[in-house]
Design a protein around this ligand. Structure first.
Ligand SMILES: Cc1cc2nc3c(=O)[nH]c(=O)nc-3n(C[C@H](O)[C@H](O)[C@H](O)COP(=O)(O)O)c2cc1C
Length: 399
């Protein structure tokens, strides 16, 4: 996709370079437009080098509004699928909210036909000022998207809400805005479980497994990008993606309780978590001391979250499970599908070292009619998109 990155005159302007790099790496065509004030914080050369495109706007080599046979502001506005202003000053937002256009970026912003995203950054008192907030509300009223500033220590030494959001959050917001929505999934509420669970033996020791949760987190991202309202119940240490409701849990029992609270209001469930099948019978309140001779650990079964939720399924709700199998994977998965009453199961062949943590992976979908062509091998992000597209097609076909 084609992204015009507007960079304005704030101390966070240097972070736009990292965002430009991430966007180019993700396969987008990126052009930057620097305001005059922005060019005092970051050079056009940095942005042009990272994007492989000329940097428009203020530029000591050819200045604003360089002699050009084309009408630059209209051309750039038409070219862009999305204009992202990062960082956005109070000034540029004020101009656009009020229809002012006195330089290249502000003119592009009025001429733009694609989506517009703002990531403001400024002193916390400026951000809280009613004039700035009124401008934000006005821009939102035009359908513009925002990644709001976060709390933190600001360049001026003050602390408060005004710091540019993490570049990774802004990147994700751009990816979400540009991703095609899948109409049958859009605005649906979906519950996704991801990550390992941890079953404690005492305050310092735990039983867990090698899952990182990356497949489930990528699925959350891919469903979110398709327009889904994702509720992610997450074990382990991975960060939940932005734009997703995350409930963090530790044990299988915690995960079950979190899921049961959400499930009645959901349209579907994707159970990608690697839930421990057993837990220690007792969790000692204090650290267990070393003992002489063999020690015995008694394990008991944890609740079967997938089977419990599938058994409580209401009309219209659907359930997709995962099976990580190291042998006879298709046969085992087919019997799990039938036994638990699932609509589909995605089989992950984990023989050898495949599946866990490794980026490239393959999933074979199985439904009541049997196995479907495998998805992948692909990095987990791409695989997750393939899963969402496959499921969207099946729902649309009513099968
Ligand atoms: C050192 C310095 C830091 C600044 N940081 C910010 C900032 O973070 N956010 C902001 O809205 N304005 C900031 N300003 C003020 C803007 O640079 C000023 O309003 C300028 O006119 C913005 O122009 P532009 O919107 O065309 O880039 C800063 C000014 C200076 C001198």
């Amino acid at each position: 996709m084609k992204i015009l990155l507007g960079v304005t005159g704030g101390i966070a302007a240097y972070k736009a370079a990292e965002l430009a790099r991430l966007l180019v790496k993700a396969g987008h065509s990126v052009r930057c437009c620097l305001t005059d004030a922005g060019s005092r914080f970051i050079t056009p050369l940095t942005l042009a080098t990272l994007t492989g495109e000329p940097c428009f706007g203020a530029n000591p080599d050819y200045h604003e509004w360089r002699p050009n046979p084309k009408v630059e502001h209209v051309d750039l506005a038409k070219w862009a699928d999305l204009v992202a202003v990062v960082p956005a000053t109070a000034d540029i937002m004020g101009k656009t909210a009020n229809g002012l256009a006195d330089d290249l970026l502000s003119t592009i912003l009025l001429a733009a036909r694609g989506k517009i995203l703002w990531a403001p950054a400024m002193n916390q008192a400026m951000w809280a000022h009613p004039a700035v907030q009124a401008n934000v509300t006005r821009l939102q009223g035009f359908g513009h998207a925002f990644v709001n500033p976060v709390e933190g220590l600001l360049a001026c030494g003050d602390e408060g809400a005004g710091k540019l959001a993490d570049v990774s959050e802004i990147f994700e917001a751009i990816q979400t805005l540009l991703a095609p929505r899948i109409p049958i999934l859009a605005d649906r509420h979906i519950l996704i479980t991801a990550g390992p669970t941890r079953e404690d033996l005492d305050p310092v020791r735990t039983l867990t497994n090698r899952s990182t949760g990356s497949m489930g987190v990528e699925l959350a991202r891919a469903f979110r990008n398709a327009g889904v309202r994702v509720h992610l119940v997450l074990g382990g240490d991975l960060k939940g993606p932005s734009g997703v409701e995350v409930v963090r849990v530790r044990s299988a029992q915690d995960m079950l309780e979190a899921c049961q609270a959400l499930w009645p209001d959901m349209d579907g469930l994707v159970a990608a978590a690697a839930v421990a099948d057993q837990r220690p019978e007792h969790c000692a309140p204090e650290k267990v001391k070393k003992q002489e001779g063999p020690e015995t650990l008694v394990l008991v079964r944890t609740p079967d979250i997938l089977a419990t939720l599938a058994s409580q399924k209401k009309a219209g709700q659907w359930v997709i499970g995962f099976a990580a199998e190291s042998e006879h994977h298709l046969a085992h998965a087919q019997s799990k599908l039938e036994k638990k009453g699932l609509d589909a199961i995605l089989v992950n062949d984990i023989s050898g070292d495949r599946g866990f943590g490794f980026q490239a992976n393959t999933l074979t979908p199985i439904t009541k009619t049997g196995p479907h062509p495998s998805l992948g091998p692909a990095p987990k992000g791409e695989l997750a998109q393939a899963v969402v597209a496959w499921w969207g097609q099946r729902l649309s076909a009513g099968s």
